[in-house]
Design a protein around this ligand. Structure first.
Ligand code: AMP
Length: 407
C-alpha cells in the first residue's frame, strides 16, 4: 500500500511526499481509513510507529473538506508531556503546509503569555497537556464547544502520571457529537475501561505488540562488573562510528553521574530528566537534534517522548528490571525504517533481567566477548544482598544526618 491509495487530500499527499514518507506504517494503514470513515479508534501503539501521522492526516483531511475557517478550535489533542505535545504540533504543521489549517500547542512549566496571545488569534487545532489546558479553560481562553475531533494520546502514561481527574474534567466539556481517537502503548483492563467512557463503537487497531523488537535493530550485550561500567562506556565510545548515542539511566542521579564522568573525558554530553527545567530540556534536545551533542543521557520517562529520526545508537547503561522497558528503549533507534544498534551493559545483579528480556523478545541478545572489562564477579547471594542493602541504608542515613548538621 502507498499513501496515494489512502485517498487523502492532495495537499496532504504533497506534504508527505516532501517528507519522504513512502509507505504508510502499519498503524497508518489500519487507522487512516477508519478515521476517514468517521469512526472512533482504540489504538494500541507507542511512539515510533508513525502514530501521530495516523491520526493527524485523516483529521486534517476532514478539516480541509469541512472548509470552515472560523478559527475556532475544532480538534483537541491531549498528551501527557510537553515534549510529546511539541512534537505532535510540529507534525501537524509539517502535514498542513499546503493548507490554511492552523495549530498551536500549550503546556505547563512556562509563562502562559505567548500561548494565550496565540489562542486569542484563533486556531483550528490545539495540542495540549492536561494541566495547562484546564488552567486556560478556567481563565476563559479556551472553549471546547466546537470540538469535532478529540485525540487522547499515550493514555497509559496519562494515568501513570496521575492525570485521570484532569482528563475527566476535560471530557465533561467536550461536545458528545464528536469523533474520538484513543491511543495507548499498553492496554491493561483499567485503560480499556477508561476508553469505554470516551469512545463509541470504536474499531481496534494494533501497531505491534510491545514484546516485538524491530528487525532493523541489531542488539548487543556486554557482561561487566558494576565497578567497570564507566570504563566500558568509554571503551565503547571510542568507536568513531558512534556519531550520536542515546544512553539510558534508570535514575536521575545516575544520569547526572554518567554525564559528569563523560565530561571529565571531554565527551560532549548532557542529561535530560524530570529534575531539569523545561527550558533546559528543550535546549538539550535541540542541541542533540542539531548534532551539537554526542551523548544524550536520559531516564525512561524523559526519553519516551523524544522523537529523533536519525538516531542509530541506543545504550542501556543499566538493564531495566521490566523487560517491556527494554523494548521501549531500544525502539528509540532504528525508527521508521532506519538501521539501529542497541548496546546493553549488564552488571552481575542485572543478569537476571537480561534473561527476562530474552524471554520476552523471544531471542538471545548477541554477547560481545572481545572486550577489556569482562564480568568477573558473581551476583550476590541472599545474605550478601541483605548486608549490601543494610550498608546502603546506613550510608543514606549518615548522608542525611550530615546534611542536617551542615544546615
Ligand atoms: P511517531 O510514532 O508518530 O512518533 O512517528 C515516528 C517517526 O516516524 C516520526 O519522526 C515520523 O516523522 C516518522 N514517520 C511517520 N510515518 C512515516 C512513514 N510512513 N514513513 C516514514 N517515516 C514516517
Amino acid at each position: 500500500m502507498r499513501f496515494d491509495d489512502l485517498n487523502l487530500h492532495q495537499s496532504l499527499t504533497k506534504a508527505i511526499k516532501e517528507l519522504k514518507y513512502e509507505v504508510p506504517t502499519s498503524i497508518q494503514q489500519q487507522a487512516i481509513p477508519i478515521i476517514l470513515n468517521k469512526k472512533d479508534v482504540l489504538g494500541s501503539a507507542q511512539t515510533g510507529t508513525g502514530k501521530t501521522a495516523a491520526f493527524a492526516l485523516p483529521i486534517l483531511h476532514h478539516l480541509i473538506n469541512q472548509g470552515n475557517s472560523s478559527r475556532k478550535i475544532k480538534t483537541l489533542v491531549v498528551t501527557p508531556t510537553r515534549e510529546l505535545a511539541i512534537q505532535i504540533a510540529e507534525n501537524f504543521t509539517l502535514y498542513s503546509k499546503y493548507t490554511n489549517i492552523t495549530n498551536t500547542v500549550i503546556f505547563g512549566g512556562v509563562k502562559q503569555g505567548s500561548q494565550t496571545d496565540r489562542l486569542k488569534k484563533g486556531v483550528d487545532i490545539l495540542v495540549a497537556t492536561p494541566g495547562r489546558l484546564l488552567d486556560l479553560m478556567g481563565q476563559g481562553y479556551i472553549s471546547l464547544k466546537d470540538i469535532s475531533f478529540f485525540v487522547l494520546d499515550e493514555a497509559d502514561r496519562m494515568l501513570d502520571m496521575g492525570f485521570i481527574n484532569d482528563v475527566k474534567k476535560i471530557l465533561e466539556k467536550l461536545p458528545t457529537n464528536r469523533q474520538s481517537l484513543f491511543f495507548s502503548a499498553t492496554m491493561p483492563k483499567n485503560i480499556i475501561e477508561f476508553s469505554n467512557k470516551i469512545l463509541r463503537n470504536p474499531e481496534k487497531v494494533i501497531a505491534h505488540k510491545t514484546s516485538t523488537t524491530a528487525n532493523t535493530i541489531k542488539q548487543f550485550l556486554y557482561f561487566t562488573n558494576k565497578s567497570t561500567k564507566k570504563d566500558l562506556l568509554f571503551h565503547i565510545l571510542r568507536n568513531n562510528d558512534i556519531k550520536q548515542i542515546l544512553v539510558f539511566s534508570r535514575t536521575k542521579h545516575g544520569a547526572d553521574r554518567i554525564v559528569r564522568n563523560l565530561k571529565k573525558k571531554n565527551i560532549n554530553s548532557a542529561a535530560i530528566h524530570g529534575d531539569k527545567s523545561q527550558n533546559q530540556r528543550q535546549k538539550t534536545l535541540k542541541d542533540f537534534k542539531d548534532n551539537n551533542l554526542r551523548v544524550l543521557v536520559a531516564t525512561d520517562i524523559a526519553a519516551r517522548g523524544i522523537d529523533i529520526d536519525q538516531l542509530n545508537y541506543v545504550l542501556n547503561y543499566d538493564i531495566p528490571n521490566e523487560a517491556e522497558t527494554y523494548v521501549h528503549r531500544i525502539g528509540r533507534c532504528g525508527r521508521a525504517g532506519n538501521k539501529g544498534i542497541s548496546i546493553s551493559i549488564s552488571e552481575p545483579e542485572e543478569n537476571v533481567y537480561v534473561k527476562a528480556i530474552e524471554k520476552l523478545i523471544g531471542k538471545k541478545i548477541e554477547i560481545v566477548s572481545e572486550q577489556p572489562f569482562k564480568q568477573t564477579e558473581k551476583p550476590m547471594n541472599a545474605q550478601q544482598k541483605k548486608e549490601f542493602e543494610k550498608e546502603k541504608n546506613r550510608k543514606k542515613q549518615e548522608f542525611f544526618k550530615n546534611r542536617k548538621k551542615k544546615r
